[in-house]
Design a protein around this ligand. Structure first.
Ligand code: CUA
Length: 321
């Protein structure tokens, strides 16, 4: 299992789990409770019906010489009961579900608000104060997180099973969802609504950090790259300009493109292409050389960089921590 998960989530340790009834947050615990409640009701019915069936077959079986029993077709009393009992149970489950959904969308004055934008095929996260990240959602452990879920193109579905229920990102609307992570750790998730050819590579992770550590991370994300980093990669920056990378990507102090992931701190992420590759200098160069070979259908075109050009660009991007 752990090995399989490491394959599915190349950037993460095998500790990450995709098992939806191992809640690591109060919100996921409520959802797991609902799951077990429905499971218990369904099991009660399954064994109740099967048990009665076995009992009836044995108890009322035809015996030699016995006449046919009187038919009870159309018994109003029976029909009323076997309609009312399931109906009542469904009403109870529905009530629990609505209560849970209302809890998740109720206003939270002290929550950290993050805007999530689902895109083909990656996730954009916008933090207060202007920091923009991709695919890896850093949050402070123990604090309520208020997600404003939007879409840049088609319907996606943000899902981190251990922390929160599925919530759609729909073009032209904003869905809200609240969750938290009780303890620091990495929690894996994925887009859970088919959204095109690379839906399977629309992975995400939530990285819950101790609050002071998160504050340092967020403060660093708000900063442009150190000027020393840019000047050390002058030839890569010339390539960046020559290939119009800035038309799609933001690199604070250099370009303002919005179509692709913000590159200002791309070197600090653990995966590329929403989980398709580990973020290493070699993989970055591979991605830059031919993105379509790595993730067919991604918006990033092939700029036909030479090996040396891809290496230089990768060196710049990896230094943007
Ligand atoms: Cu986005 Cu599936």
């Amino acid at each position: 299992m752990a090995g399989g998960l490491a394959l599915l989530f190349p950037g993460h340790a095998a500790a990450a789990s995709f098992w939806q009834v191992s809640p690591r947050s109060p919100e996921a615990a409520s959802i797991a409770f609902l799951f077990w409640l429905v499971m218990a009701v369904a099991a009660l019915f399954l064994f109740g019906v099967l048990g009665s069936l076995v009992y009836i077959v044995i108890r009322f079986r035809a015996r030699p010489g016995q006449p046919d029993p009187p038919p009870n077709y159309g018994s109003l009393r029976l029909e009323v009961w076997w309609t009312l009992i399931p109906f009542g149970l469904l009403v109870v489950v529905f009530g629990f579900m609505v209560r849970e959904m209302n809890k998740e969308i109720a206003p939270r004055p002290n929550a950290l608000e993050v805007t999530v934008v689902g895109r083909q095929w990656w996730w954009e996260y916008r933090y207060p104060g202007g920091a923009v990240a991709a695919n890896e959602l850093h949050i402070p452990a123990g604090r309520q997180i208020r997600l404003n879920l939007q879409s840049g193109d088609v319907i996606h579905n943000f899902w981190v099973p251990e922390l929160a229920g599925k919530e759609q990102t729909i073009p032209g609307t904003t869905n809200v969802w609240t969750f938290s992570a009780e303890r620091p750790g990495t929690y894996v998730g994925a887009c859970s609504e088919y959204c095109g050819g690379q839906h399977g590579w629309m992975r995400l992770s939530v990285i819950a950090q101790e609050p002071p550590e998160f504050d340092r991370w967020l403060a660093a994300q708000r900063e442009p790259p150190a000027s020393g980093v840019l000047s050390a990669h002058a030839s890569a920056l010339a390539l960046y300009a020559a290939n119009a990378c800035g038309g799609c990507h933001t690199l604070a102090g250099v370009s303002q493109g919005k179509a692709g992931p913000d590159l200002t701190h791309v070197g600090g992420r653990s995966t590329l292409g929403a989980g398709v590759l580990r973020n290493t200098p070699e993989n970055m160069a591979r991605w830059l050389k031919d993105p379509q070979a790595v993730k067919p259908g991604a918006l990033m075109p092939n700029f036909r960089l030479s090996d040396e050009q891809a290496r230089q660009m990768a060196a710049l991007l990896m230094d943007l921590k």
